[in-house]
Design a protein around this ligand. Structure first.
Ligand code: SAH
Ligand code: SF4
Ligand code: F3S
Length: 453
């Protein structure tokens, strides 16, 4: 691997100006985090990062396959690159990530987008230097979608856009095979990073001024299952909480089937962990949950919520919900709304079911008309808007801790509270990257406003 890196570095150093790479990641935070590591690898080989796609010598789209919409978007963007390639035949175009891992997509790329130079899957990150070397010297398409058994490479220094809030993967892959989901097919089985590697990375980030660590995994609650001597996710959280410094800890996602009381106790007992949990419900109907292979019931789900709220009455929850799973009836959907009303989420991410070839649900007959699915999604969004605008009012008069990260169009500044809610306040640019106490004065249905104290 080092030889391939050196080889590319040598080739690039012969050019009369630095070579620039542009990378965009689609999909979940795991994919964004992979993208940061790919950029790190490219920088090691001598590339500099550009945000301007038109000046790039290398363009990489790091793709997502979770819903059909995500795939269509990438194909349309790749179609647009044809013109850039015409103008600059030296331009190298690469596709990687979850879509690229699928044979059918590789075939489509070969056939319809022959100007794509590199295709590599989620297992082949270590192979990127070799693939680049091939393209740079032989100008022929290089593809690698093998499922390499070795884990994700350690030792790459990720290139992060944001130095204030950083994602740190704790595990890769997924073993759950929810019947609708493509992720286990494109990401392979669970592999956990060693605790010392994770803790080393967190210490370094905190040392360089990072204020928020987001631990990532498709199901963080099964962290460490592959180790001989098991370190549970709760144990990992406690160790990270023990790292000195002023920072906060978040994590996602938690599968409800593995969310234990120990996890909730750990959140409650560790001062750096945000009192917020993203706990994907998917459906409130036991019949649908079973067909989804989720391995919990709506009541089991509610037990976790109620236990958390018995310790911390204001515990904040967010969730993912799929409407229109094959043969979801109106009654099933009403059960989902029922749970949404009982939990009173601060935020939900809702999706219309998208058929993914190769998954179990793709073979299920589906009688639910598209119109009904769209209507259910609108209904769910309406119910949630009411809940969050009412729920957000509970914060008026209270003081929240906010990590500021953006300037708003109206000249105010905003960031996320511990509860993962957007909070706006009058401030100046020096507030960015800082954690401030904010007294809440107003509640909208998507955010809060307050005064920095
Ligand atoms: N591992 C994470 C989720 C990863 S995918 C977890 O289990 O929480 C993110 C979300 O996309 C899922 O929670 C689900 O709500 C949604 N999703 C996954 N497959 C989908 C499909 N085929 N159609 C619609 N939404 C889907
Ligand atoms: Fe997909 Fe289920 Fe795994 Fe999440 S837990 S990635 S929804 S299979
Ligand atoms: Fe998409 Fe892959 Fe994430 S399919 S949601 S980018 S794991």
């Amino acid at each position: 691997m080092t030889d391939h890196k050196e080889f590319v570095r040598e080739l690039l150093s012969r050019r009369d100006r630095p070579s620039r790479c542009f990378l965009h990641s689609f999909g979940c935070q795991q994919n964004v985090s992979d993208g940061e590591r790919i950029l790190g690898l490219l920088c090691e080989m001598g590339y500099t990062v550009t945000e301007d796609i038109t000046e790039a010598d290398l363009i990489i789209y790091n793709t997502c396959a979770v819903r059909e919409g995500a795939e269509l978007k990438v194909f349309s963007l790749v179609g647009n690159l044809k013109n850039l390639k015409k103008k600059n035949p030296e331009l190298i175009i690469g596709l990687c990530g979850c879509m690229a891992q699928q044979e059918k997509n590789v075939e489509k790329i070969r056939k319809s987008y022959p100007y794509v130079d590199i295709v590599f899957g989620t297992f082949a990150l270590n192979e990127l230097p070799r693939l680049l070397g091939t393209v740079l010297t032989e100008r022929k398409t290089a593809v690698d979608i093998n499922e390499y058994p070795a884990g994700f490479p350690e030792g790459i220094r990720p290139v992060r856009k944001n130095g204030v809030s950083a994602s740190v993967p704790v595990m890769y892959g997924c073993n759950n095979f929810c019947s609708y989901c493509i992720v286990p097919y494109v990401r392979g089985r669970e592999r956990s990073r060693r605790p010392e590697d994770i803790i080393g990375e967190v210490k370094e980030l905190v040392g360089s001024g990072c204020k928020e660590i987001m631990l990532l995994g498709q199901n963080v609650n099964s962290y460490g299952n592959t180790f001989d001597e098991r370190v549970s996710f709760s144990e990992l959280l406690r160790r990270i909480n023990g790292i000195g410094g002023d920072f906060r800890i978040r994590f996602m996602s938690s599968h409800p089937k593995d969310a234990t009381r120990e996890l909730i106790d750990t959140i409650a007992g560790c001062e750096k962990i945000c009192k917020h949990l993203h706990l994907p419900l998917q459906s409130g109907s036991d019949r649908i949950l079973e067909a989804m292979n989720r391995k919990y019931t709506a009541e089991k789900y509610m037990e976790i919520i109620e236990y958390a709220r018995s310790l911390i009455p204001d515990f904040s929850f967010s969730t993912d919900i799929i409407v229109g799973f094959p043969n979801e009836t109106e009654e099933d959907f009403q059960e989902t709304l029922n749970i949404v009303r009982r939990v009173r989420y601060d935020n939900i991410f809702s999706f219309i079911y998208s058929k993914r070839t190769g998954t179990k649900a793709a073979a299920m007959e589906d009688q639910t008309p598209e119109e009904d699915k769209k209507r259910r999604l609108q209904e769910l969004l309406r119910v949630q808007r009411e809940i969050s605008s009412e729920g957000f009012r509970r914060f008026i008069g209270r003081t929240l801790t906010v990590l500021f990260d953006s300037e708003e169009k109206d000249g105010t500044y905003s960031g996320k509270s511990d509860e993962f809610i957007i909070v706006k306040a009058e401030a100046d640019a020096s507030v960015i990257g800082k954690m401030k106490r904010v007294r809440i004065t107003e509640a909208y249905n998507w955010a809060l406003k307050g005064e920095i104290i």
